[in-house]
Ligand binder design. Structure first.
Ligand SMILES: [Zn+2]
Length: 366
């Protein structure tokens, strides 16, 4: 057997709290001389006017994100970074803005400060990003040399965003422990190309326990646009615990089923974390999880409003053939689903998806 190398990756600093964005000017000065904020138009209009970034010694430039993390946009921004001698980049917004900032900074060899404005996925802390075509079709995964130097989470901004983002983030975070556990059972490689450390495994488990304990309290806070300790705990679970957990402990069924589901156009209106949550349920059926554990996970999803049925992710009358396409895609050779115990075949995934949906449907009837 090949000897194991333990690998883990972390962001340089993680800062979260009320008006955390007030720390941005100081951080820009710490890392460079000429800072540039890349922000989506919405963030430019709604968030930036609330803060005074003139605190930075030299002022921070602002550039609007064009909307897609594609080579055209990456090259445009690389040009700006070179022309204006930018030596620290700030990515502020949702997933695509953040990913674009990560790639541009990596290619330019300058530090990046990531400011997620929603807590809908666990991507901010990670050292990878997704590149799409100009039309938004997935092209490739880009791995950076290092994880972001800083992840700065302003809880006021997160609390002001729609609660559905937070719920989707909990769906993504829900997968972390189950996928980590699967990789550990089969000694599979994590996203850093090594074996999981105690640190990452324990953070993945802490992520799961935090969701169960504080999930519904956090939604209450977010729906009322108020900040509470529970909201802080869930934002930390969604962004930091899940971020380290997935990258340093590995992926398995939940994300493969998500990737399979993207083949069905009817699921496109649903967020990453919502489809991942259905993948978690599928994984429980696929891996013969204990009924008590299924009870806990289904109850959690029902309580916070995560999908438990096909109809919750837009699939209303799918034929067996269409679902089989999803299962085949989920079982593609490079997929994390092969980190599960035994040989996983599309037929088994199809059955697990149908079992997941029918259990969800049955539970909603009573
Ligand atoms: Zn994910």
């Amino acid at each position: 057997m090949q000897s194991l190398i333990y690998k883990a990756a972390f962001p340089g600093k993680y800062i979260q709290g009320e008006r955390a964005l007030d720390e941005l000017p100081g951080l820009v000065d710490l890392f460079g001389k000429n800072g540039l904020i890349l922000a989506s138009p919405t963030i430019k209009k709604k968030v930036l006017p609330v803060y005074d970034f003139k605190g930075s010694e030299r002022g921070i430039l602002l550039e609007e994100f064009a909307g897609e993390c594609c080579e055209t946009e990456l090259k445009r921004l690389q040009g700006i970074v070179t022309d204006k001698k930018i030596d620290v980049l700030v990515g502020m917004g949702g997933g695509k803005t953040i990913d674009t900032a990560k790639i541009v900074s990596d290619r330019a060899g300058i530090p990046v400060i990531i400011v997620p404005t929603i807590a809908s996925t666990d991507a901010p802390c990670s050292g990878c990003a997704l590149i799409y075509t100009e039309k938004g079709v997935f092209e490739s995964v880009y791995y950076q040399k290092m994880n972001p130097q800083v992840v700065l989470v302003d809880i006021n901004v997160i609390a002001a965003a729609p609660a559905r983002f937070l719920v989707a983030g909990m769906g993504d975070a829900l997968a972390t422990w189950f996928e980590a556990r699967s990789c550990e059972r089969t000694l599979s490689r994590n996203e850093c190309g090594g074996h999981s450390t105690f640190a990452a495994l324990n953070l993945a488990e802490l992520c799961y326990n935090t969701l169960l304990r504080y999930g519904s309290l956090a939604i209450n806070a977010c729906e009322n646009n108020i900040i509470t300790p529970a909201l802080n705990h869930i934002v930390e679970a969604n962004i930091l615990l899940s971020g380290i957990g997935f990258e340093s402990s590995g992926l398995a069924t939940a994300h493969s089923v998500h990737n399979g589901l993207t083949a069905m156009t009817e699921t496109h209106a649903y967020y990453h974390g919502e489809k991942v949550a259905f993948g978690v349920l599928t994984g429980l059926h696929l891996t013969d999880a204990l009924p008590e554990e299924m009870e806990t996970v289904y109850s959690f999803c029902e309580e916070i409003g995560l999908p438990t049925r096909f109809s919750d992710i837009g699939i209303t009358n799918a034929s067996g053939g269409k679902l089989m396409e999803v299962a085949v895609k989920a079982c593609a050779p490079a997929e994390g689903i092969h980190h599960e115990v035994g040989r996983i075949l599309p037929e088994m995934v199809l059955n697990a998806m149908i079992a997941a949906d029918s259990m969800g449907t049955l539970r909603k009837k009573y």
